[in-house]
Design a binder for this molecule. Structure first.
Ligand code: UDP
Length: 310
Protein backbone atom coordinates (compact mmCIF):
# COMPACT_ATOMS: atom_id res chain seq x y z
CA UNK A 1 0.00 0.00 0.00
CA UNK A 2 0.97 3.63 -0.41
CA UNK A 3 -0.08 5.27 2.85
CA UNK A 4 -0.36 8.84 4.13
CA UNK A 5 0.09 9.31 7.88
CA UNK A 6 -0.96 12.75 9.08
CA UNK A 7 0.84 13.55 12.32
CA UNK A 8 3.54 11.22 11.05
CA UNK A 9 6.29 12.99 13.00
CA UNK A 10 4.41 12.68 16.29
CA UNK A 11 4.81 10.11 19.03
CA UNK A 12 2.25 7.56 17.81
CA UNK A 13 2.44 8.62 14.16
CA UNK A 14 6.18 7.99 13.88
CA UNK A 15 5.92 4.53 15.43
CA UNK A 16 3.11 3.77 13.01
CA UNK A 17 5.30 4.89 10.08
CA UNK A 18 8.01 2.46 11.30
CA UNK A 19 5.52 -0.38 11.43
CA UNK A 20 4.03 0.35 8.00
CA UNK A 21 7.51 0.47 6.46
CA UNK A 22 8.45 -2.79 8.19
CA UNK A 23 5.36 -4.36 6.59
CA UNK A 24 6.62 -3.28 3.18
CA UNK A 25 4.32 -0.31 2.57
CA UNK A 26 5.33 3.05 1.15
CA UNK A 27 4.79 5.84 3.63
CA UNK A 28 4.24 9.57 3.34
CA UNK A 29 4.39 11.31 6.72
CA UNK A 30 2.79 14.74 6.95
CA UNK A 31 3.18 17.01 9.95
CA UNK A 32 3.31 20.73 10.70
CA UNK A 33 5.68 20.00 13.61
CA UNK A 34 3.81 22.06 16.22
CA UNK A 35 3.90 19.10 18.60
CA UNK A 36 5.66 16.54 16.38
CA UNK A 37 9.38 16.57 15.63
CA UNK A 38 11.61 15.51 12.76
CA UNK A 39 13.77 13.82 15.44
CA UNK A 40 11.11 11.08 15.55
CA UNK A 41 11.58 10.27 11.87
CA UNK A 42 15.24 11.23 11.37
CA UNK A 43 16.17 7.53 11.12
CA UNK A 44 13.88 7.21 8.07
CA UNK A 45 15.49 10.04 6.09
CA UNK A 46 16.90 8.96 2.75
CA UNK A 47 14.78 5.82 2.37
CA UNK A 48 13.14 5.65 -1.03
CA UNK A 49 9.93 4.19 0.46
CA UNK A 50 9.52 7.15 2.84
CA UNK A 51 8.68 10.80 2.25
CA UNK A 52 8.14 13.59 4.76
CA UNK A 53 6.02 16.61 3.88
CA UNK A 54 5.81 19.55 6.26
CA UNK A 55 2.24 20.73 5.99
CA UNK A 56 -0.65 21.77 8.21
CA UNK A 57 -3.56 19.48 7.30
CA UNK A 58 -6.00 22.19 8.36
CA UNK A 59 -5.20 23.54 4.88
CA UNK A 60 -6.01 21.70 1.65
CA UNK A 61 -3.89 18.56 1.26
CA UNK A 62 -2.31 17.81 -2.08
CA UNK A 63 -0.61 14.46 -2.70
CA UNK A 64 0.58 13.46 -6.16
CA UNK A 65 -0.08 9.90 -7.29
CA UNK A 66 -2.19 7.10 -5.85
CA UNK A 67 -2.93 6.46 -2.18
CA UNK A 68 -4.35 3.28 -0.67
CA UNK A 69 -4.81 4.51 2.89
CA UNK A 70 -5.02 7.77 4.80
CA UNK A 71 -4.33 7.48 8.52
CA UNK A 72 -5.33 10.69 10.25
CA UNK A 73 -3.35 11.12 13.47
CA UNK A 74 -2.55 14.82 13.32
CA UNK A 75 -3.55 16.69 16.48
CA UNK A 76 -2.09 18.01 19.69
CA UNK A 77 -2.96 15.28 22.21
CA UNK A 78 -1.57 16.33 25.58
CA UNK A 79 -4.01 18.35 27.73
CA UNK A 80 -1.36 21.03 28.32
CA UNK A 81 -0.75 21.29 24.56
CA UNK A 82 -4.35 21.45 23.46
CA UNK A 83 -5.30 23.94 26.15
CA UNK A 84 -2.46 26.16 24.89
CA UNK A 85 -3.44 25.54 21.26
CA UNK A 86 -7.23 25.58 21.47
CA UNK A 87 -8.05 26.89 18.02
CA UNK A 88 -5.41 24.81 16.20
CA UNK A 89 -6.77 21.74 18.01
CA UNK A 90 -10.35 22.48 16.97
CA UNK A 91 -9.23 23.21 13.41
CA UNK A 92 -7.18 20.05 12.96
CA UNK A 93 -10.00 17.90 14.35
CA UNK A 94 -12.61 19.55 12.13
CA UNK A 95 -11.04 21.09 9.00
CA UNK A 96 -8.06 18.72 9.11
CA UNK A 97 -10.35 15.70 9.28
CA UNK A 98 -12.47 17.12 6.47
CA UNK A 99 -9.39 17.55 4.27
CA UNK A 100 -8.06 14.09 5.11
CA UNK A 101 -11.44 12.50 4.36
CA UNK A 102 -11.74 14.46 1.11
CA UNK A 103 -8.31 13.26 0.06
CA UNK A 104 -9.18 9.64 0.88
CA UNK A 105 -12.37 9.96 -1.15
CA UNK A 106 -10.54 11.49 -4.11
CA UNK A 107 -7.92 8.72 -4.07
CA UNK A 108 -10.33 5.86 -3.32
CA UNK A 109 -8.24 5.15 -0.21
CA UNK A 110 -9.31 3.60 3.05
CA UNK A 111 -9.36 5.98 6.01
CA UNK A 112 -8.47 5.56 9.66
CA UNK A 113 -9.25 8.22 12.25
CA UNK A 114 -7.20 8.34 15.44
CA UNK A 115 -9.89 9.25 17.93
CA UNK A 116 -9.57 9.20 21.69
CA UNK A 117 -10.93 8.04 25.02
CA UNK A 118 -11.57 11.76 25.59
CA UNK A 119 -14.80 11.32 23.61
CA UNK A 120 -16.06 9.71 26.84
CA UNK A 121 -15.14 12.86 28.81
CA UNK A 122 -15.27 12.34 32.58
CA UNK A 123 -17.07 9.01 32.24
CA UNK A 124 -20.05 7.95 34.32
CA UNK A 125 -19.79 4.36 33.03
CA UNK A 126 -16.80 2.25 33.99
CA UNK A 127 -14.98 0.67 32.19
CA UNK A 128 -15.92 2.45 28.97
CA UNK A 129 -17.43 0.39 26.14
CA UNK A 130 -17.79 1.92 22.66
CA UNK A 131 -21.55 2.09 23.19
CA UNK A 132 -21.12 4.65 25.99
CA UNK A 133 -21.81 8.14 24.65
CA UNK A 134 -19.74 10.03 27.16
CA UNK A 135 -19.93 12.92 29.58
CA UNK A 136 -18.27 15.92 27.95
CA UNK A 137 -18.65 19.57 28.98
CA UNK A 138 -18.91 21.34 25.60
CA UNK A 139 -17.41 24.55 27.00
CA UNK A 140 -14.93 23.09 29.52
CA UNK A 141 -11.15 23.46 29.04
CA UNK A 142 -10.85 19.98 27.52
CA UNK A 143 -13.71 20.57 25.09
CA UNK A 144 -11.36 21.89 22.40
CA UNK A 145 -9.94 18.39 22.02
CA UNK A 146 -12.94 16.30 23.08
CA UNK A 147 -15.45 18.03 20.84
CA UNK A 148 -13.02 18.22 17.91
CA UNK A 149 -12.58 14.45 18.09
CA UNK A 150 -16.30 13.87 18.55
CA UNK A 151 -16.94 15.99 15.47
CA UNK A 152 -14.18 14.09 13.62
CA UNK A 153 -15.93 10.80 14.42
CA UNK A 154 -19.27 12.18 13.23
CA UNK A 155 -17.70 13.44 10.00
CA UNK A 156 -15.95 10.12 9.41
CA UNK A 157 -19.23 8.22 9.78
CA UNK A 158 -20.98 10.75 7.51
CA UNK A 159 -18.37 10.08 4.77
CA UNK A 160 -18.81 6.38 5.32
CA UNK A 161 -22.59 6.51 4.99
CA UNK A 162 -22.85 9.22 2.34
CA UNK A 163 -19.85 8.43 0.12
CA UNK A 164 -19.35 4.75 1.07
CA UNK A 165 -15.82 5.63 2.16
CA UNK A 166 -14.03 2.67 3.73
CA UNK A 167 -13.46 4.16 7.19
CA UNK A 168 -12.23 3.06 10.61
CA UNK A 169 -12.26 4.81 13.99
CA UNK A 170 -9.77 3.95 16.72
CA UNK A 171 -10.49 5.35 20.19
CA UNK A 172 -7.02 5.51 21.66
CA UNK A 173 -6.64 5.46 25.45
CA UNK A 174 -3.53 6.66 27.33
CA UNK A 175 -0.49 5.42 25.47
CA UNK A 176 3.19 5.80 26.40
CA UNK A 177 6.66 4.89 25.26
CA UNK A 178 9.82 6.24 23.65
CA UNK A 179 9.48 9.49 21.63
CA UNK A 180 6.96 11.12 23.96
CA UNK A 181 7.97 14.73 24.30
CA UNK A 182 9.77 15.31 27.57
CA UNK A 183 7.98 18.60 28.09
CA UNK A 184 4.54 17.64 26.81
CA UNK A 185 3.04 17.90 30.31
CA UNK A 186 1.53 14.43 30.40
CA UNK A 187 1.91 12.27 33.41
CA UNK A 188 4.34 9.74 31.91
CA UNK A 189 7.06 12.16 30.72
CA UNK A 190 6.52 14.41 33.77
CA UNK A 191 6.96 11.61 36.30
CA UNK A 192 9.85 9.93 34.49
CA UNK A 193 11.74 13.20 34.00
CA UNK A 194 11.20 14.15 37.65
CA UNK A 195 12.31 10.71 38.85
CA UNK A 196 15.44 10.71 36.69
CA UNK A 197 16.36 14.17 37.99
CA UNK A 198 15.90 12.96 41.56
CA UNK A 199 12.99 15.35 42.13
CA UNK A 200 9.68 14.61 43.85
CA UNK A 201 6.87 13.49 41.54
CA UNK A 202 4.03 16.00 41.18
CA UNK A 203 0.75 14.20 41.78
CA UNK A 204 -2.20 16.43 40.92
CA UNK A 205 -5.05 16.30 43.43
CA UNK A 206 -4.94 13.33 45.81
CA UNK A 207 -3.85 10.89 43.08
CA UNK A 208 -6.96 8.73 43.43
CA UNK A 209 -7.87 9.38 39.78
CA UNK A 210 -7.11 6.37 37.58
CA UNK A 211 -5.68 5.78 34.12
CA UNK A 212 -4.86 2.67 32.10
CA UNK A 213 -1.59 2.89 30.20
CA UNK A 214 -0.90 1.07 26.94
CA UNK A 215 2.64 0.57 25.65
CA UNK A 216 3.24 1.99 22.17
CA UNK A 217 4.06 -1.32 20.44
CA UNK A 218 0.75 -2.78 21.60
CA UNK A 219 -1.14 0.25 20.37
CA UNK A 220 0.55 0.18 16.97
CA UNK A 221 -0.33 -3.51 16.61
CA UNK A 222 -3.97 -2.65 17.35
CA UNK A 223 -4.01 0.23 14.86
CA UNK A 224 -2.47 -1.94 12.16
CA UNK A 225 -4.98 -4.74 12.74
CA UNK A 226 -7.82 -2.24 12.65
CA UNK A 227 -6.53 -0.82 9.38
CA UNK A 228 -6.54 -4.29 7.82
CA UNK A 229 -9.99 -5.11 9.22
CA UNK A 230 -13.28 -4.01 7.73
CA UNK A 231 -14.74 -2.63 10.94
CA UNK A 232 -16.42 0.75 10.55
CA UNK A 233 -17.71 1.26 14.08
CA UNK A 234 -15.39 2.78 16.71
CA UNK A 235 -12.98 0.40 18.42
CA UNK A 236 -11.32 1.11 21.78
CA UNK A 237 -7.57 0.51 21.81
CA UNK A 238 -5.92 0.64 25.20
CA UNK A 239 -4.67 -1.45 28.05
CA UNK A 240 -7.39 -2.42 30.54
CA UNK A 241 -4.90 -2.57 33.43
CA UNK A 242 -6.00 0.38 35.58
CA UNK A 243 -3.88 2.16 38.19
CA UNK A 244 -4.38 5.20 40.40
CA UNK A 245 -2.04 8.08 39.62
CA UNK A 246 -0.66 7.83 43.16
CA UNK A 247 0.24 4.13 42.71
CA UNK A 248 1.67 4.97 39.29
CA UNK A 249 3.95 7.59 40.87
CA UNK A 250 5.09 5.11 43.52
CA UNK A 251 5.83 2.56 40.81
CA UNK A 252 8.02 4.99 38.87
CA UNK A 253 9.90 5.97 42.02
CA UNK A 254 10.51 2.28 42.78
CA UNK A 255 11.71 1.39 39.28
CA UNK A 256 14.02 4.41 39.04
CA UNK A 257 15.17 4.20 42.67
CA UNK A 258 14.09 7.81 43.20
CA UNK A 259 14.04 8.61 46.90
CA UNK A 260 12.67 12.17 46.54
CA UNK A 261 9.11 10.94 47.06
CA UNK A 262 5.86 12.58 45.96
CA UNK A 263 4.34 16.02 46.35
CA UNK A 264 0.66 16.76 45.92
CA UNK A 265 -0.28 19.76 43.81
CA UNK A 266 -3.63 21.33 43.13
CA UNK A 267 -3.12 21.55 39.37
CA UNK A 268 -5.87 19.35 38.06
CA UNK A 269 -7.49 20.75 34.95
CA UNK A 270 -11.26 21.11 35.30
CA UNK A 271 -12.88 17.99 33.89
CA UNK A 272 -9.79 15.82 34.49
CA UNK A 273 -11.46 12.39 34.33
CA UNK A 274 -11.71 10.58 37.67
CA UNK A 275 -11.52 7.14 36.09
CA UNK A 276 -10.50 5.75 32.75
CA UNK A 277 -10.28 2.17 31.62
CA UNK A 278 -11.15 0.77 28.21
CA UNK A 279 -13.53 -2.10 27.71
CA UNK A 280 -11.63 -3.86 24.91
CA UNK A 281 -14.12 -6.65 24.22
CA UNK A 282 -14.65 -5.35 20.68
CA UNK A 283 -10.94 -5.21 19.86
CA UNK A 284 -10.45 -8.70 21.33
CA UNK A 285 -13.35 -10.15 19.38
CA UNK A 286 -13.00 -8.29 16.07
CA UNK A 287 -9.22 -7.94 15.83
CA UNK A 288 -7.99 -10.76 18.08
CA UNK A 289 -5.98 -8.01 19.76
CA UNK A 290 -4.95 -7.44 23.30
CA UNK A 291 -1.98 -5.73 24.91
CA UNK A 292 1.05 -7.93 25.59
CA UNK A 293 3.45 -5.55 27.37
CA UNK A 294 3.00 -5.21 31.13
CA UNK A 295 3.11 -1.75 32.72
CA UNK A 296 6.34 -2.58 34.52
CA UNK A 297 8.07 -3.80 31.35
CA UNK A 298 6.81 -0.87 29.27
CA UNK A 299 7.93 1.61 31.91
CA UNK A 300 11.40 0.09 32.05
CA UNK A 301 11.73 0.46 28.27
CA UNK A 302 10.42 4.03 28.39
CA UNK A 303 12.64 5.04 31.32
CA UNK A 304 15.68 3.67 29.48
CA UNK A 305 14.84 5.82 26.51
CA UNK A 306 14.29 8.95 28.63
CA UNK A 307 17.49 8.34 30.62
CA UNK A 308 19.67 9.61 27.75
CA UNK A 309 17.48 12.65 27.18
CA UNK A 310 16.83 14.11 30.62
N1 UDP B 1 -1.03 14.19 36.41
C1 UDP B 1 -0.34 14.28 37.61
N2 UDP B 1 0.90 14.86 37.60
C2 UDP B 1 1.51 15.33 36.48
C3 UDP B 1 0.80 15.22 35.25
C4 UDP B 1 -0.46 14.66 35.25
O1 UDP B 1 -0.85 13.85 38.65
O2 UDP B 1 2.64 15.83 36.59
C5 UDP B 1 -2.36 13.53 36.39
C6 UDP B 1 -3.45 14.33 35.70
O3 UDP B 1 -4.09 15.20 36.64
C7 UDP B 1 -4.38 13.23 35.22
C8 UDP B 1 -3.45 12.06 34.95
O4 UDP B 1 -2.23 12.35 35.63
O5 UDP B 1 -5.30 12.87 36.23
C9 UDP B 1 -3.14 11.84 33.48
O6 UDP B 1 -2.80 13.08 32.91
P1 UDP B 1 -2.25 13.27 31.44
O7 UDP B 1 -1.96 14.72 31.29
O8 UDP B 1 -1.15 12.33 31.20
O9 UDP B 1 -3.40 12.86 30.43
P2 UDP B 1 -4.99 12.59 30.51
O10 UDP B 1 -5.13 11.14 30.76
O11 UDP B 1 -5.59 13.42 31.62
O12 UDP B 1 -5.48 13.01 29.17
Amino acid sequence: MRVLVTGGAGFIGSHLCDRLLAEGHQVIAMDNLITGSTRNIAHLAGRDDFLFIKHNVTNYIYIAGPLDAVLHLASPASPIDYIQLPIQTLKVGSLGTLNALGLAREKGARFLLASTSEVYGDPLVHPQPETYHGNVDPVGPRSVYDEAKRFAEALTMAYHHTHRLDTRIARIFNCYGPRMRLEDGRVVPNFIAQALRGEPLTVYGDGSQTRSFCYISDLVEGLYRLLLSSEHQPVNLGNPHEVSILDFARMINTITGNSAGIIFQDRRIKGDPEKRRPDITRARTLLGWEPQVSLEEGLRLTIEWFRDRV
